[in-house]
Design a protein around this ligand. Structure first.
Ligand code: COA
Ligand code: AMP
Length: 634
């Protein structure tokens, strides 16, 4: 079926369309229908079916004769190691870990936090939870103890599975002390922890609470797959909102499996046995969907890569991995290509490798700038496909359905709405605008299978954040426009969320940390444009009257505070002390205007501004920080 017909069918007959796609999944009890809309505007999919994610990701492929196929390739230029695990090996390892968890009382509905780097054991931990119907919540390794503690208190895990350490170029990330610190800060205490000891750093275990990954599994019976309802939460994944309290996005089991399976052929153009590499991290949604679940559900081989686009050891790493493991589809963030392009603009490294296996490249996580796409197309000589999605949706909202019909690529656009997504651009009053007009991007309810049904323990916040602004729609938080052909263009966020190197961060969360510094009276954090990372956070600090300390010292303390409280991933390194912040007469900080000043962009003087002279002070402060383009002229 061609894209246009397929998309139309998915909107006109969601039950028919998705029940057909559901046949690709193994059910213990098939669902009676796809869409459950009794509680609209809260929707569920396949609620009365029974199934198991791990069965669909591992066991069924072994049963079908795919047992000897490699399921997971671990390629770690950081540790100079490579390892392959077949589907049979993965099933056995996961069943063993699940058995040990079950023996310690972990069962359906229990939460398990996973804090691990890019090793196959992270996938095994996720799949072991799925095997038992336990709800995992993976926390990215670049977050500090405090962020981990916030998630422990919200998810209330029975158990935490962690690694002894992670590895960044040139330094070891001491996961275990971070974990111990987080448990100490958190009010909720897990019953026990399972620690995967890496040879690079063996952690000290707390007797009575911590178990070693291997001895924990010794002598236990492997666990069978536990069937769960279609609407059973498979996982919670925390993501940044406008405050320091992250949102716990719930992923329901059945819709996720059905949507991911559909996407593997229709978007990523992969058939069972093909190799898929997503260079992201299991701590992000992209890692959940396309390092772990999607490729395994579809019977592909997935690459788990522990390294960076540059420096491990050079800007040719991506091409080495693709050529060595015969990767067919490759997915990364634009920022990673910008890093490679900066070191190898002419593609000298590209030509060192045989890239004949590579058919398509996919980009997501942030806006893909046309220069980067053109560079990648020229170097790699394959279609470079931008696609747009969010932690909340779990899979692409807009993409080019390459495996179904390769549509013309329009630079600057992640192409068209995927099945089940009725994407519309609305004005402030919630009315659809004409093609080419900027507005808030919203999706008419219901959202398709795989997307979030709710937030963990926070239904009121779910309704307020996503459903109330435009009744009958899901508000994406992104602004942009659509053209006559239905191609969407994502231009900016409508909230205080910024995107740094493909990582979604809350400026509000950083402000909360800065405000806790004893000398800071008031502050604002904005995202300024950065050539490599897309955006970088920059803090403006107003000090308490009488704070007589050296302001450079206070700035350094503030930078350290954000790193200690949120983590290195916040990439918060720039802050400047100012006398006052620009505000409206009602006291609202004019962050948008400050962004325009920092980027040297034209802007309209806000009619309600309290004192326009402050804008010059902001521009001057930015110049001293090394931003000569800063200008306050409206
Ligand atoms: N554990 C601990 N620390 C981590 C981490 C992890 N898993 N990941 C990143 N960090 C640290 C980095 O070491 C860095 O620390 P530093 O301030 O001491 O240098 C800091 O967090 C910021 O990281 P990042 O913004 O990623 O910068 P970088 O300079 O290390 O790398 C890129 C820049 C562009 C190479 C890198 O961001 C990249 O590969 N991005 C791809 C983005 C991506 O995969 N996004 C996922 C969504 S698709
Ligand atoms: P995350 O939830 O971390 O995946 O971040 C989602 C946000 O990243 C979206 O709401 C967008 O703001 C941004 N984003 C993701 N993919 C794209 C894309 N292809 N183009 C533009 N912005 C994107």
């Amino acid at each position: 079926m061609r894209y246009a017909d397929l998309h139309q069918k998915s909107l006109l007959d969601p039950n028919g369309f998705w029940m057909e796609q559901a046949q690709a999944i193994d059910w213990v009890k098939p669902p009676s229908k796809a869409l459950f809309d009794e509680n609209a505007p809260l929707y569920e999919w396949f609620s009365d079916g029974m199934l198991n994610t791990c069965w669909n990701a591992l066991d069924r492929h072994v049963e079908a004769g795919r047992g000897d196929q490699v399921a997971v390739i671990h390629d770690s230029p950081i540790t100079h190691s490579k390892r392959e695990l077949t589907y049979t090996e993965m099933r056995d390892r996961v069943a063993s870990l699940a058995g040990a968890l079950q023996a310690k009382g972990v069962g359906k509905g229990d939460r398990v936090i996973i804090y691990m780097p890019m090793v196959p054991e992270a996938l095994e931990a996720m799949l072991a939870c799925a095997r038992l119907g336990a709800i995992h919540s993976v926390v990215f390794g670049g977050f500090a103890a405090n962020e981990l503690a916030v998630r422990i208190d919200d998810a209330k895990p029975k158990c935490i599975i962690a690694s002894s350490c992670g590895l960044e170029p040139g330094r070891v990330i001491h996961y275990k002390p971070l974990l111990d610190g987080a448990i100490e800060i958190a009010s909720h205490k897990p019953e026990f922890c399972v620690i995967f000891q890496r040879e690079q750093e063996v952690a000290k275990l707390n007797e009575g609470r911590d178990y070693d990954w291997h001895s924990f599994q010794y002598g236990v019976e492997p666990a069978d797959c536990v069937p769960v309802e279609g609407n059973h939460p498979a996982y919670i994944l925390y993501t940044s909102g406008t405050t320091g309290q992250p949102k716990g996005v719930i992923r329901a089991t059945a819709g996720y499996l059905v949507a991911l399976h559909w996407s593997m052929k229709n978007i990523y153009n992969l058939d069972p046995g093909d190799v898929f590499w997503t260079a992201s991290d299991v701590g992000w949604v992209v890692g959940h969907s396309y390092i772990c679940y999607g490729p395994l559900i579809a019977g592909n081989t997935t690459v788990v890569f522990e390294g960076k686009p540059v420096g491990t050891p050079d800007a040719g790493t991506f091409w080495r991995v693709i050529s060595e493991h015969k990767v067919k589809s490759f997915f990364t963030a634009p920022t990673a290509f910008r890093a490679v392009k900066r070191e190898d603009p002419k593609g000298d490294f590209v030509r060192k490798y045989d890239l004949s296996s590579l058919k398509t490249v996919y980009l997501a996580g942030e806006r893909a700038d046309p220069d980067t796409i053109i560079w990648a197309q020229e170097q790699l000589q394959v279609p470079v496909i931008d696609h747009w999605w969010q932690t909340e949706t779990g899979w692409a909202i807009a993409a080019n359905p390459v495996g179904c019909e390769l549509l013309p690529v329009k630079l600057g656009s992640p192409a068209v709405a995927m099945p089940g997504y009725d994407v519309q651009v609305l004005d402030e009053g919630g009315q659809p605008v004409s093609p080419g007009t900027l507005g808030a991007i919203a999706i008419k309810l219901p959202l398709p299978p795989g997307t979030l049904p709710n937030l963990w323990n926070a239904e009121a916040r779910f309704r307020k954040s996503y459903l109330e602004q435009f009744p009958g729609y899901y508000a994406t938080g992104d602004a942009g426009y659509m053209d006559e052909d239905g191609y969407v263009y994502i231009m900016a966020r409508t909230d205080d969320v910024i995107n740094v190197a493909g990582h979604r961060l809350s400026t509000g969360g950083m402000e909360e940390v800065l405000a806790s510094h004893p000398d800071v009276a008031e502050c604002a954090v904005i995202g300024i444009t950065d050539e490599l990372k897309g955006q970088l956070p920059l803090g403006f600090l107003c000090l308490n009257k009488g704070a007589e300390r050296d302001s450079a010292e206070i700035v350094n303390e503030c930078v350290k505070l954000v790193r200690d409280k949120i983590g290195p991933v916040a990439a918060f390194k720039l802050a400047v002390v100012v006398e006052r912040l620009p505000k409206t007469r009602s006291g609202k900080i004019l962050r948008g205007t400050m962004v325009s000043i920092a980027d040297g962009k034209e802007f309209k003087m806000p009619a309600t501004i309290d004192d326009p002279a402050i804008l010059d002070e902001i521009a001057d402060a930015l110049k001293t920080l090394g931003y000569p383009q800063a200008k306050a002229s409206a």
